[in-house]
Unconditional design. Sequence first.
Length: 139
Amino acid sequence: MATPVVVSEKVVRRVMREEGLVPRKAAQMRRRARCSSYAGERGERPANLPLREDGTHDFHAAEPGLLCVTDVTEFRLDGFKAYLSAAVDCFDGWPVCWRVSPAPRRGLALGTLGDLVCLCSIGAVQESHRELSSGSSDN
């Protein structure tokens, strides 16, 4: 039996690299897949109405309630977070309705959209703009 030769791990790895040898364990191991929460599109997307033919957006409306946009914004406040979901009327840029939540749950945005639909269906958006423009108030 031959006398064992003591060499460092670096020497073994260099010789293996030069000879094109790959350790069995490394050859069998797969790279770990990166984690992603993106699940793809959830369904058909509605038409992008404010998109012009030249590719820019027109966020101006001729009358109240004609075009509204929504957004969810995160606020960091003294060690905790708050999420604001607001619907803004593009007629004058004022918020029409909003909701606040401690977590960005699906119900936050859906609740804001539901409130917006209710307000638009009863004409409350147009009434609030009339009151603002005339300067009158019932209070």
